[in-house]
Design a protein around this ligand. Structure first.
Ligand SMILES: C[S@@+](CC[C@H](N)C(=O)[O-])C[C@H]1O[C@@H](n2cnc3c(N)ncnc32)[C@H](O)[C@@H]1O
Length: 252
């Protein structure tokens, strides 16, 4: 098994500030609706800082979460009561083991793009299948690669600017180097924090695996799960040339 990249503490620290603005408008209602419609237990794989998990738990859903990155789980735990700590664990999707079966398993916001090899993807699907009840659903999304972005590297694009409540200013710059043979986009995210004229910089470099439509369909066909639907977004859009996200709904 290859070693995967964990999110460092500075990424975990600013994750909610950045993605509540960038990602909530895209997928929040879709996943929360699926979670609220589920009678029974739910597992979020790659639960992160609990962007979706905390609101589901707040509405008394029986939800659990695993994540590879200890820094992300630490941030999540700061947001929930200690009586619920048993619900979240640092575990790897490729070999996780929980003493429970779930009616719904979700892996929101490109968790699968962190899985680089076919072995890693299939072992994750195998663990998911094992942890689902008969008829249970697995829902995940990955981005539909933008071919114009894959054609050449992108250098230092400023993608986020935030005024921090505690004072100071955060800017995030992204560099992307695509590799068409391994289907990996190497991303470098540079966080530049300016406070009282002092500038601090931290960088996180990691690979994002990109998938094409039929590759995803074949991947699920290789697993024990059944593919019910591939949507072209979080509002039930069909697939078309404007599709930014593939949303896959699978069933045990
Ligand atoms: C973009 S974040 C999404 C977090 C959360 N699901 C959300 O929607 O905000 C991706 C998360 O997947 C986690 N992750 C990556 N590879 C993983 C693996 N093999 N097993 C479990 N979690 C993983 C990362 O640590 C990170 O927290």
């Amino acid at each position: 098994m290859i070693e995967l990249y964990t999110y460092p503490d500075f990424v975990a620290k600013y994750y909610d500030l950045i993605y509540e603005e960038l990602r909530n408008p895209v997928d929040y209602n879709f996943y929360l609706k699926k979670i609220f419609e589920t009678n029974g237990s739910i597992l979020e794989i790659g639960v992160g800082t609990g962007r979706l998990f905390c609101d589901a738990l707040g509405k008394r859903k029986d939800i659990y979460g695993i994540d590879l990155s200890p820094a992300m789980i630490e941030r999540l735990k700061e947001k929930i009561s200690s009586k619920d700590y048993f619900r979240v664990k640092v575990q790897d999707s490729r070999n996780f083991q929980l003493n429970k079966k779930f009616d719904l398993i979700v892996a929101p916001f490109r968790v699968f793009s962190h899985l680089i090899t076919l072995d890693d993807q299939l072992s994750t699907l195998d663990r998911i299948n094992y942890h689902l009840v008969e008829g249970g659903e697995f829902i995940f999304d990955v981005f539909n690669p933008d071919l114009s972005l894959l054609a050449k590297p992108m250098d230092l694009n400023l993608d986020t600017e935030i005024d921090l409540k505690e004072g100071g200013y955060l800017k995030r710059y992204v560099t992307a180097k695509p590799d068409q043979i391994s289907q990996i986009n190497w991303l470098k995210m540079k966080y530049v924090l300016t406070k009282n004229s002092v500038v601090q910089e931290e960088t996180f470099e990691f690979p994002m695996r990109y998938y094409f439509r039929y590759e995803l369909e074949n991947l699920i066909a290789l697993s024990k799960l059944k593919l019910k639907k591939v949507l072209g977004g979080f509002n039930n859009e069909p697939l078309d040339n404007n599709t930014k996200d593939f949303v896959l709904i699978c069933e045990k």
